[in-house]
Write a protein that binds this ligand. Structure first.
Ligand SMILES: [Zn+2]
Ligand SMILES: [Zn+2]
Length: 263
């Protein structure tokens, strides 16, 4: 049985002391493929670092895109640099994470919206699927995707999903996948599990979003890709399927969305 971690951040300093061990533990846990999502200040070298990690490991792919937290740092130089990275490396398979975060509001909302729309247009021009981060911004996220990606067939994923059933269904109608992270396993996440139960399996992905969102029963510790199976276990229970089946379906969905090979 093998898994894919569709969204992780293992290029960051949290893993500088033991990155190779973290990757080895992922393999031991059956995680054959990881998508490492570059994030941070686009002028800091963070995205180069993410792409370099993917260049080094056959099991790791990369995504580039400016997070809504950092939307205020997005400018033409950043845009040019990220486009170059995406074009130059075969390992970059998606644009993201991009979107809206109205929970933290680290960048002004109008700036977040403009930078989100602009990056959707870039992804479309590069023919890459998009990875969307949306927090407490369901309606605006769907509206901007609908405005910018109408008729676009590469689609994308709403990562670390925490929205409503309506939002998930709207996104699926727009050709998107829905990815669940460790927060699906949290005791209080009753509503989220209810949403997950009602979504079609052929549109679901699993992720760790590590180092964040460590699933039960490891909550409180630094997260890592090996833990993606914990979220898959919850999905299996919610859908009354075997873990093997969930592992296979979510891995196949990943390969379809990002057009990558893998076993
Ligand atoms: Zn995110
Ligand atoms: Zn993330």
């Amino acid at each position: 049985m093998t898994f894919v971690d569709s969204h992780c951040h293992i290029d960051g300093p949290e893993y500088d002391d033991d990155r190779d061990e973290v990757i080895a533990r992922a393999f031991d846990a059956g995680v054959t493929t990881m998508l490492n999502v570059g994030t941070g200040d686009p002028h800091s070298g963070a995205f180069e670092r993410a792409v370099q990690l993917a260049e080094k490991h056959e099991a790791i792919y990369a995504a580039v895109g400016v997070h809504p937290h950092d939307a205020k740092l997005f400018d033409e130089a950043a845009e040019e640099r990220l486009i170059d990275l995406a074009k130059e490396s075969q390992r970059v398979v998606a644009w993201g994470e991009i979107g809206l975060d109205y929970h933290y509001d680290h960048s002004p909302r109008d700036v977040q919206q403009a930078v989100f729309a602009r990056q959707l247009r870039i992804a479309r021009r590069l023919n890459l699927p998009v990875i969307i981060h949306s927090r407490e911004a369901d309606d605006d996220t769907i509206k901007i995707i609908r405005d910018e990606l109408g008729g676009y067939d590469r689609g994308g994923v709403l990562h670390c999903f925490g929205g409503s059933l309506q939002m998930a269904r709207d996104a699926i109608d727009l050709g998107f996948y829905i990815s669940f992270a460790g927060n699906l396993t949290f005791k209080k996440a009753v509503e989220l599990r209810d949403v997950a139960r009602q979504l079609p399996l052929d549109r679901l992905l699993v992720e760790t979003d590590c180092p964040y969102l460590t699933p039960v029963p490891f909550r409180g510790k630094r997260n890592e890709p090996a833990r993606v199976a914990e979220t898959a276990k919850f999905l299996a229970e919610l859908h009354e399927r075997s873990l093997e089946e969930i592992a296979e379906v979510t891995s196949n969905n990943f390969r379809t969305l990002f057009q990558v090979e893998g076993d």
